[in-house]
Design a protein around this ligand. Structure first.
Ligand SMILES: [Zn+2]
Length: 420
């Protein structure tokens, strides 16, 4: 054993190689590179295979033992002194949106790899094994549901049901996994001692508050609704205003209420109507039917329930006032996620020890960590991305911020894995 590993103080001095991390990010981004500087590497395509092969080759070069489970999640293991302990895991995803960026997901995987390379460089042994995980199909752009690999791992989705999911061309997840060589037979859902996911923020808060590290305490819960407003198609000229049953008028008032409700539930309330379809959508017909979506998010279940109650009340009142029927159907529910206090504490302590400006933050988006948190102690580390923009080819992040987040990841993992 190297004597560096015998001293807490000296392990705390271990720093990752930010240049090497950046180079790996740029190398992986060449697979599926787009003309505008982004990446298009959609789950279970040939490009996804090339990306996976690249990462697996790096895992092997770093001495990791690689295994693949039946939903195609990849795990690279660095042995610990006590092989009976469950591993401390860093991970994320390498599939992208159709016009995605270089950092979303890729950063969490390659930051985990950089931690391993750094431990190798310094001869640091850990008590628990260290693993790097690559979760299958986080983005859900070709195959739904989103966060597929971590969802199967956490027992949220049944493996056989997910393997049978098809894309628009009728190709199934199971067949595509076999075709690209990533239908593995390692057991899934195996115990994890602690899970950390480093990720770009995908929002503007860190930049806005001039902080380098977001200590992610959890993720907003979500309730999604399909709304159907039904009135009566009528001629725009002969039908007097007071006799109309204008479905779009009802929908307009409801959309305004969605915004008002979210503002009333500040700071963690979010309310969005992102989809609307008026029928018959003709300029001289009073619309007889409107379909729209509502997306509510809140950090607390009580908050979400309060927003839900106000939406129902608004729907009833608007229906009466505008003489239409407003039907609200809930279609998706993700409970709010609270990360593990000890893991969150390890991230916060690491940021403080490293002298990084940091702030507690609640993730507004879903991540693999939200599912892993159901079966293992979990936390996330956010770093700023330029203008808070993600799911876009212009997604950008600063090398020094990415390095800082990776150093926090390394310290937090060592904290949980133990070095004595
Ligand atoms: Zn992501």
């Amino acid at each position: 054993m190297n004597d560096i590993a015998t001293s807490d103080a000296r392990v705390a001095d271990v720093r990752i190689d930010g240049g090497r991390l950046w180079q790996s990010l740029m190398d992986l981004a060449r697979i599926g590179a787009t003309p505008l500087g982004g990446v298009r590497r959609i789950a279970l395509t040939d490009l996804d295979r090339q990306g996976r092969d690249r990462v697996v080759a790096w895992f092997r070069e770093a001495g990791l033992e690689v295994r693949v489970d039946p939903i195609g999640n990849i795990f690279g293991r660095r042995r610990g002194r006590n092989p009976k302990l469950p591993p401390v895991v860093a991970g994320s995803h390498i599939d992208t949106q159709p016009s995605g960026g270089k950092f979303d997901g890729n950063y969490g995987v390659l930051a985990g790899l950089e931690v391993v390379r750094t431990l190798n460089d310094h001869g640091v042994e850990t008590e628990a094994p260290i693993e790097v995980a690559v979760w299958t199909n986080e983005e859900g752009t070709r195959f739904t549901p989103v966060m597929m690999g971590s969802g199967v791992f956490a027992g949220v989705h049944r493996l056989d049901a997910v393997l049978a999911r098809t894309d628009l061309a009728g190709l199934a997840v199971g067949d595509e996994l076999r075709r690209i060589g990533y239908a593995g037979d390692a057991p899934t859902g195996t115990p994890i001692g602690a899970y950390f996911e480093a990720h770009i923020e995908q929002g503007p808060i860190l930049e806005d508050t001039a902080n380098t590290i977001g200590v992610v305490t959890g993720a907003l819960g979500q309730r999604w609704y399909d709304v159907t407003v039904t009135g009566m198609n009528a001629h725009a000229g002969p039908t007097p205003m007071r006799l109309r049953r204008d479905a779009l008028l009802g929908a307009a008032r409801l959309i305004d209420e969605v915004n008002r409700i979210a503002l009333d539930f500040a700071p963690h309330g979010r309310g969005t109507v992102g989809f609307i379809q008026a029928s018959p959508n003709s300029r001289n017909v009073v619309p007889g039917q409107v379909k729209c979506s509502v997306d509510f998010r809140h950090a607390a279940d009580g908050g979400l329930l309060g927003m839900d109650g106000e939406l129902e009340a608004a729907a009833r009142r608007i229906g009466r006032e505008t003489n239409v029927a407003v039907a609200v159907e809930e279609v998706v529910y993700f409970p709010p996620c609270h990360f593990d206090a000890a893991c969150v504490g390890a991230v916060r302590a690491a940021a403080a020890r490293l002298g990084c400006s940091h702030v507690d933050i609640v993730s507004g988006a879903g991540h693999d960590a939200v599912y892993v948190a159901r079966v293992a102690p979990t936390a996330m580390i956010f770093v700023p991305c330029k203008d808070g923009i993600s799911h876009n080819e212009i997604e950008d992040a600063k090398p020094e911020d990415l390095a800082a987040g990776c150093n926090v990841l390394a310290q937090a993992m060592l904290d949980r894995a133990g070095i004595e």
